[in-house]
Design a protein around this ligand. Structure first.
Ligand SMILES: Cc1cc2nc3c(=O)[nH]c(=O)nc-3n(C[C@H](O)[C@H](O)[C@H](O)COP(=O)(O)O)c2cc1C
Length: 372
């Protein structure tokens, strides 16, 4: 296999307008110290003009009224004076003053105006194309991300957490849209911490399986009910531990793991903790050691099971798993998902798809390291 390094240092000449159907602006803020609060700005337009001398101008505006989060209350809150104050400041604006191209890497510097406050920011990303499309047009891909301190733009609503820290982080990460997925067929074992037939946690996993695409096989494990209560005295009892061995084998056969836990009394379910205690032994050879694991928490309350998620991350870390930074916390889950995995809120569905993509990219990196 060989690769050809791209050496371009300028953007392709022309006037390039954003394509609303195939462009997105998404942003995330760390929420409750462990989860992520996500939102999108679907209505925006941007124009990039590159002249024959190679100098480029990029300008874009986004409509505050279009900002949408995974929940109607959150969407309303974002538009209020606590955050963007859409009535007084209906528009977000970005104007680039310099755009540097190095191969496919792009750095744009410019001014971002939010809530009437203009400050310099820097965006980084990737350039792809230009490519001919089937309709006689030419397409250019420009994927840019940035992180900025929201409080500098007057978006300073927050609340204290009981154990210290704040509900929302100050940093806002403007995320890139879904990139072309690396070619890798990977197997992910999905564990639900709830046994009940109508479990919302299990439904979230079913929905994730439906969004997994061709390159990720998601297998929903159905054997946690058979695992006996953990008892160190029974660790050598083969008849009793057969269900544990089955789970260990399934974990070993999987490239990665996706766990959804409900929150019970402020922590993970006992069923899940019990299973994890069994598979953690012996520590040196436990099948979760070094394994990439992504976590989802869900609750019918308004915090999305973040206490359970926090505990689950700590438990998995203690066992030696590699827990992804990315995660999903689903508040008011009974209003979001039904028993067969249909999801009423696009934001939650997209959050799950992004989590799978993060897991997929992690597994691709793993595979790359193993074959290097
Ligand atoms: C024993 C028990 C304890 C619970 N404790 C909490 C809790 O501490 N925090 C919370 O937000 N929800 C709590 N709930 C509500 C669960 O989050 C909710 O029932 C959830 O849907 C359970 O997950 P499942 O649908 O996957 O079974 C509790 C539910 C049960 C049955």
């Amino acid at each position: 296999m060989s690769t050809v390094a791209s050496t371009r240092t300028a953007l392709p000449t022309g006037t390039w307008n954003s394509d609303p159907t195939h462009s997105t602006i998404d942003f995330t803020v760390k929420h409750m110290l462990v989860g992520k609060f996500r939102a999108s700005v679907p209505t925006f337009s941007a124009t990039l003009v590159v002249d024959d001398a190679g100098s480029a101008k990029l300008e874009g505006t986004a409509a505050v009224a279009s900002i949408v989060a995974s929940d109607d209350n959150l969407t309303g809150h974002l538009a209020s004076p606590d955050f963007f104050d859409g009535e007084r400041y209906p528009e977000i604006r970005f104007t680039a003053s310099s755009i540097k191209v190095d191969g496919d890497d792009v750095t744009a510097r410019g001014d971002l105006t939010v809530k009437g406050i203009t400050l310099p920011i820097e965006l980084h990303g990737e350039l792809s194309g230009p490519a001919e499309d089937p309709y006689g047009g030419t397409r250019l891909g420009l994927d840019l991300t940035t992180t900025f301190d929201r409080t500098k733009f007057g978006l300073d609503f927050n609340g204290p957490m009981p154990g210290g820290g704040f509900v929302l982080s100050n940093d806002v990460k403007v995320t890139r849209p879904a990139r072309a997925r690396p070619q890798l067929m990977a197997r992910v074992l999905a564990l639900s911490g709830s046994l009940r037939a109508g479990s919302h946690s299990t439904s979230l996993l079913r929905h994730a399986a439906a969004r997994a695409g061709d390159e990720l096989e998601l297998i929903l494990y159905d054997g946690l009910r058979d695992i006996p209560p953990f008892d160190e005295d029974s660790e050598d009892d083969e008849a009793l531990t057969a269900p544990v061995e089955r789970l260990k084998r399934a974990l070993r056969d999987a490239d990665g793991v996706l766990i959804a836990t409900p929150e019970y009394n402020g922590s993970v379910s006992g069923v899940l903790k019990n299973a994890l205690d069994w598979v953690s032994r012996p520590f040196d050879t436990n099948p979760l050691r070094g394994k990439p694991v992504a976590v989802i928490s869900a609750s019918t309350g308004s915090f999305g099971g973040v206490w359970a998620q926090n505990d689950l991350r700590r438990i998995l870390g203690t066992i030696g798993a590699r827990v992804l930074d990315e995660s999903v916390a689903v508040p008011n889950v009974h209003t979001v998902v039904d028993g067969v995995g249909e999801i009423a809120h696009p934001g939650t569905s997209d959050g799950l798809a992004e989590l799978l993509q993060a897991l997929h990219e992690e597994l691709a990196q793993e595979r790359l390291k193993a074959t290097a």
